[in-house]
Design a protein around this ligand. Structure first.
Ligand SMILES: [Fe+2]
Ligand SMILES: [Fe+2]
Length: 208
C-alpha cells in the first residue's frame, strides 16, 4: 500500500522549510490502523482530550505569556470540539468510551523534555508541535486509505486543524526563542520522535 508524506499548505506558506518529521509513517502502521479502525477511533478520542489538556496545562504553566495564552485558548477549544466529534462517531457505532493503555510515544517524548527553564518551555512547545504534525500526517493517511467513506471524510476534515496547531506551536517557539536555537532543538526532538515510531507498537494507536 503506498504511503505518502503530507505537507500542509498552511505550514509551507507560513513557515520556513523545516525538518519537522524526520521519517514518514510506515505502510505497516497504515495496515495496522485500517485493520483496527474501532480501536483507532477510540484512541483518537483519547488523543483529542489529551491535546486539549496539553494546551490547558501550558496555559497554567505560563499564565503571563500573552501570545501563548491567546493561541492555546483557541487550540484547547478546537481540540475539545474534535473530542466531541469523535465521541459522536463512537456513540453512533456503539463503541464504548473505554479506557485504553497509551502507547509509549507520549511518555518517551516527555522524557526528552529538559527540566529547567527556559529550556523546558521550548521543549514543551516543540514536542507538542511534533505530536500535532504527526497527527496531521496520520489523519491524512487515514483520509486517503480508509475504505469507510464516512470515516475517511471525517479524518480529512480534521487534517487542516492539526496542521494549524503544529504551525501555532512552532510560531510560539519562534516568538519566545531565537530561531537558530528553535531549529536546532526541533531537529533533535524530531529525531527522537521518529525513532520512537521506528518500531511499530503491537497495539494499534494513532501514535503507535
Ligand atoms: Fe485535534
Ligand atoms: Fe491538534
Amino acid at each position: 500500500m503506498p504511503t505518502k508524506s503530507f505537507e500542509s499548505p498552511v505550514i509551507s506558506e507560513t513557515l520556513p522549510r523545516i525538518r519537522f518529521l524526520t521519517t514518514p509513517t510506515s505502510d505497516a502502521w497504515v495496515e495496522q490502523a485500517l485493520a483496527h479502525l474501532d480501536t483507532i477511533l477510540l484512541d483518537h478520542s483519547h488523543c483529542e482530550r489529551k491535546a486539549a489538556s496539553v494546551a490547558l496545562n501550558l496555559m497554567f504553566r505560563y499564565p503571563s505569556s500573552v501570545k501563548l495564552v491567546k493561541s492555546l485558548t483557541a487550540i484547547a477549544q478546537e481540540e475539545l470540539q474534535h473530542f466531541e466529534q469523535v465521541n459522536a462517531i463512537l456513540e453512533q457505532r456503539a463503541i464504548a468510551l473505554a479506557p485504553l493503555a497509551p502507547p509509549p510515544y507520549g511518555a518517551t517524548l516527555n522524557k526528552a523534555v529538559r527540566r529547567d527553564e527556559p529550556d523546558r518551555m521550548l521543549d514543551l512547545l516543540l514536542v507538542s508541535g511534533l505530536i500535532e504534525a504527526r497527527s496531521h500526517e496520520r489523519l491524512g493517511l487515514l483520509a486517503t486509505h480508509c475504505p469507510d467513506r464516512e470515516l475517511a471524510e471525517f479524518y480529512g476534515s480534521l487534517m487542516a486543524s492539526e496542521a494549524r496547531h503544529y504551525g501555532a506551536y512552532w510560531l510560539l517557539a519562534d516568538t519566545y526563542f531565537d530561531r537558530a536555537i528553535v531549529m536546532q532543538r526541533l531537529e533533535e526532538l524530531a529525531e527522537v520522535e521518529s525513532n520512537i515510531l521506528a518500531t511499530l507498537h503491537p497495539e494499534p494507536r494513532i501514535h503507535s
